[in-house]
Design a binder for this molecule. Structure first.
Ligand SMILES: [Ca+2]
Ligand SMILES: [Ca+2]
Length: 585
């Protein structure tokens, strides 16, 4: 399942000359005393700009092309790109970053100008953006490929041409290129230096016929908070939505996470054309960590966390022939639309942790696999619609109760057994929405953390643990597993005495909190849901009879105050009360 990346053809002679010239240049500048120039801010506007030396330093005199700015940058500089659609400037890309930032001057930043949404649309080029440099940030771009104007026949024709002409080295690259365009590609340039310290964030990469976001032979790459969809359909290189291929160590650090893929939404990436290398269908994954073990093996750690990966053609997320990969708190839903890889798994890998994820299989397809692995730890995951080949002692089989998977909303509904049942090991401190994790009694599984402060809010732990206190009539309060409002379990009162159940939470911030509970009772009066703030009752409501009633009200509290939510019932000889789905947030 490794996949190839097309490199531009280049003359070895030219490469050598360039390398020698660069070496001479490096020696020349190294002889000068180091000084940090004041960082510059450049502006680019494809509509109003001009590429001339007296332009670029204001929004009213912007450069026209991003490449023109890129070739002027020094460490610490920022290139602001304004509204407009930016097309290829040559057959390679829209722009190619070859100048690096450094630890002294800082990153070189390529940013959408505040409030602007620049779009890149490279028709018939190899890439949209190539980064062959270090200390680079790419943030806020929309990359829209040409899929809407391409067909499967276009992709297959180029595949056939490639396969037929490869043996005789007669491939027409100008013809083949059209269905291979990638989104953002990080890879070494002509000097083969390892690109490192690169942040790709807040971009939307969609409908490119090749790979979405890829990092190859690079290190310290963070891909964060991007939306990556509808990519890889027509390429013959078996690409994916987000891929990290054969990373190279820029240093010997083996303790920190060096490559990080987090908080991305990745969907409907798939390969519809065969891979030229195997002449069969391959990849089209949401996220793949690929071949870190290929010699020379990469020794750094990789983190894949808080991602949503769904409806992709290959896997949701997988580690292939890789080591030191932590896959934590991701949500993977109905992938493998084209192949039968599964949702989240390791293959031919070593030292992989698969923890706190939610895996929902496509009907009839694998949910996970366990082929040729060593030292893979699987635990605290949720499985639905499939039977895992490998599982851990704290894994559960349950519908995760997504709010609306069909519309891409993978928040957890109250009652989900993914809430408050995650493990604490390696758990990130926020969730997909950048809300704090954990909330309630424990971390949740999957990419979202319910922000409900109540622990075990739906009693789905099958117990009254998680913070509940039986205040009155302890013997009359029990867990029942029939007739709950949602999920399986509810708390139930047998009111042979006055009965009261409560939970007290500490507020994380000053605000108005909404209290919600679902209560059912046959007692006509004085079944009450209330909330005390700092020991003083602030609100309460009486529950009516006749089916589950949603009780909701608000209370005001300052940061660090205690809110006690309680449900009480009077003595009633034949009375009963059911309580479920209690929420404070
Ligand atoms: Ca929680
Ligand atoms: Ca329940």
């Amino acid at each position: 399942m490794v996949h190839g990346f097309k490199r531009s053809k280049r003359s070895l002679v030219i490469s050598l000359i360039v390398s020698l010239l660069m070496a001479a240049w490096v020696m020349l500048i190294s002889a000068k005393p180091a000084h940090a120039a004041t960082p510059k801010t450049y502006y680019v506007n494809i509509t109003t700009g001009q590429d001339r030396s007296d332009y670029g330093l204001s929004t009213s005199t912007p450069f026209k092309n991003i490449q023109y700015a890129a070739d002027l940058t020094n460490p610490g500089d920022t290139v602001y790109v304004m509204n407009g659609t930016y097309y290829k400037t040559n057959d390679q890309d829209v722009f190619h970053v070859t100048r690096s930032g450094d630890t002294t001057g800082g990153y070189i930043n390529y940013l959408a100008y505040p409030g602007h949404h620049p779009k890149l649309n490279a028709i018939d080029a190899w890439n949209h953006i190539v980064v062959s440099a270090s200390y680079i940030k790419i943030d806020g771009f929309e990359i829209e490929g040409d899929n809407a104007n391409l067909t499967l026949a276009d992709g297959e024709a180029r595949y056939n041409h490639y396969v037929q002409n490869k043996p005789t080295n007669t491939i027409d690259w100008n013809y083949v290129r059209k269905t291979q365009t990638n989104g953002i590609s990080i890879k070494p340039g002509v000097d083969l230096t390892t690109p490192h310290d690169i942040r790709i964030s807040n971009n939307i990469v969609h409908d490119v016929p090749g790979g979405g976001i890829s990092a190859e032979k690079s290190d310290y790459v963070t891909v964060e908070n991007n939306t990556v969809y509808n990519n890889s359909w027509y390429t013959l290189y078996a690409t994916s939505g987000i891929s990290f291929l054969t990373p190279k160590d820029a240093d010997s650090n083996t303790t920190l996470y060096k490559n990080v893929i987090r908080n991305n939404r990745v969907y409907n990436n798939k390969t519809l054309v065969k891979w030229e290398k195997t002449q069969d269908y391959s990849d089209g994954n949401g996220i793949i960590i690929d071949s870190t073990l290929k010699a020379p093996a990469y020794t750094g750690k990789t983190l894949v966390t808080n991602n949503l990966s769904y409806l992709n053609g290959g896997s949701g997320i997988h580690s292939y022939h890789s080591s030191n990969v932590d896959i934590i708190n991701n949500t993977s839903y109905q992938n493998s639309s084209q192949l039968n890889y599964g949702e989240i798994f390791a293959q031919s890998s070593d030292q992989v942790n698969i923890l706190n994820n939610i895996l929902v299989a496509r009907t009839g397809k694998n949910i996970n696999t366990n082929y040729s692995n060593t030292n893979v730890t699987t635990n605290y995951n949720v499985y639905d619609n499939g039977n895992p080949v490998v599982s851990g002692p704290n894994d559960i089989w349950s519908d995760p109760l997504f709010v609306n998977a069909a519309s891409g909303d993978f928040h957890l509904s109250i009652g989900s057994k993914a809430i408050d049942t995650g493990g604490a090991s390696l758990t990130p401190t926020n969730d997909f929405d950048y809300n704090p994790r954990p909330r309630g009694a424990a971390p949740d599984r999957g990419a979202y953390e319910s922000q409900n402060l109540i622990g075990n809010p739906s009693f789905e732990w099958g117990s009254l643990s998680g913070g509940w206190t039986k205040e009155q009539n302890s013997a009359g309060i029990a867990i029942q597993n029939t007739g709950s409002y949602s999920g399986t379990y509810k708390a139930a009162f047998n009111t042979t005495a006055a009965t009261k159940l409560s939970q007290t939470v500490t507020t994380p911030s000053t605000k108005t909190y909404t209290v919600t509970a679902y209560v059912v009772t046959n007692i006509a009066s004085n079944v009450i849901v209330g909330a005390d703030v700092a020991g003083v009752n602030q609100a309460q409501q009486v529950v009516a009879t006749g089916g589950y009633k949603k009780i909701t009200f608000t209370v005001n509290a300052t940061a660090g105050q205690l809110i006690k939510v309680w449900i009480s019932a009077p003595l009633s000889a034949s009375g009963w009360v059911g309580i479920d789905d209690v929420s404070v947030q």
